[in-house]
Design a protein around this ligand. Structure first.
Ligand code: GLU
Length: 297
């Protein structure tokens, strides 16, 4: 098997102990499979991108001994590919323009409160804009049984989501003219030939949408593995906004050992003095935990 995995950070701040867990898990899975590990900078969201953060993340990965096997991919340089995929979906009649504002969607959901317990888009613009100007473009999701997407997550087990009732037709081109994450990630993973996606469980909720998009585009679905996210004292996903601090470049082993503990890895020889020693033990422990037969690189 040709294994191709990736770590896809958004450059909204430096790498911290939470994002390090995703980086490490994806790196270990690629190494255990004797595969290729790539890095993609998800700088698609112009307003959220912090200048210098991408370079900072790449330096940290390097200092921590996680070297990508190919040059990093930058989403901001790939807009033409997103446009092509968008045109393909549009030509297939799967997209429609939507004129709803956030407030209008919230109001109509409130209105439908009795039968709606989720935030699924109610499909207001499915059959026309009703005189409103187009703001975003949405992908039509199927009704009935076809809306149910099921997949086997390698860490969390069987997952099921009903796109029609839990998500609704979702945005691929945003009202602020930005490409949506869901489209970019599917196009990028496909173009990079990614076979295995390892990332934080906060993205579990997006996976059914991405699998549906892969089907619409006629491209393969990779394997998925979502690792538990690191939380702060309030139980929120650790992020720069709620107290995560940048990793100390001088102490990679401390941070890596903490990340390995978070992943439940039982490491032989608890004090590792070199990065090589740490990675060798962590790869073995990961392979055991995930039932991967270790392949030479
Ligand atoms: N850029 C996303 C994040 O940092 C990860 C996307 C992915 O792994 O699919 O949360």
């Amino acid at each position: 098997m040709t294994y191709r995995g990736r770590f896809a950070p958004s450059p909204t701040g430096p790498l911290h102990s939470g994002s390090l867990v995703s980086a490490l898990a994806s790196w270990l899975d690629a190494r255990a499979h004797g595969g290729t590990w790539l890095v993609r900078i998800e700088d698609i969201d112009g307003p959220r991108t912090v200048p210098g953060a991408a370079e900072d993340i790449l330096t940290t990965l390097d200092r921590f001994g996680m070297h990508a096997d190919e040059p990093p991919v930058w989403q901001s340089r790939r807009f033409a590919r997103y446009q092509t995929a968008f045109e393909q979906l549009k030509a297939a009649g799967l997209l429609y323009p939507c004129g709803c504002t956030r407030k209008e969607i919230a109001d109509s959901l409130l209105h439908m409160h009795a039968r709606n317990t989720t935030l699924a888009y109610p499909g207001t613009c499915r059959n026309g804009l009703h005189g409103k100007p187009a703001r975003a473009w949405r992908l039509r999701v199927p009704d009935g049984d076809a809306a149910v997407i099921t997949f086997e997550d390698r860490w969390q087990g069987k997952q099921t989501q009903n796109l029609a009732t839990e998500v609704g037709d979702f945005v691929l081109r945003r009202a602020d003219d930005q490409w949506a994450y869901q489209l970019a990630v599917v196009v990028d993973d496909t173009d990079a030939g990614i076979t295995h996606i390892v990332r934080g469980a906060d993205l579990m909720d997006s996976t059914a949408r991405q699998i549906y998009l892969q089907r619409c585009l006629g491209v393969p679905t990779p394997e998925y593995l979502h690792v538990p996210v690191v939380t702060n004292d309030q139980g929120e996903k650790l992020s720069k906004q709620n107290g995560a601090t940048a990793l100390d470049h001088a102490k990679p082993l401390e941070a890596l050992s903490a990340a390995a503990r978070h992943l439940g890895l039982e490491m032989s020889g608890d004090k590792h003095v070199t990065l090589e020693g740490f990675y060798a033990a962590a790869t073995t422990a990961w392979a055991e935990r995930m039932g991967v037969r270790v392949q030479p690189n």
